[in-house]
Write a new protein. Sequence first.
Length: 139
Amino acid sequence: MTNPVAAVGIPSTQLPTAAAVTDPSAGMLDPQAFLKLLVAQLQYQDPTSPADMGQFMSQTATLSQTQAISAMQTALTGLLTTEQAQTATSMLGKTVSYTDAQGAFQTGLVTGATSLTTGAQVQIGSVTVPLSSITGVTT
């Protein structure tokens, strides 16, 4: 019987760490692939030299923590987007001071608000201004 772990080019004695498999920029495996390799290594391990279960538990715990942190980051990004949208809409009808694209100080009445993936923006006349450029708000 062939070893499926070796078939994918990874010796059965060298599983990647959980942190490594969750880093897509490094071209490593995703969490599902990690778990498949883990199961395959357990299934095809040498009975005379069993794998260290402590290491498996540590890797699995690290994988779980990394997934939880990733989910928390996604949730926080969503909250930030919502908060920026609320901030932009709360400025409707108010006069704001801002720095324009050329670095000049400007003032104008907010007539619209939009929420984009890059952040919230307000409309001042015909100019779209990102929230990060606003320096003051008056009624």
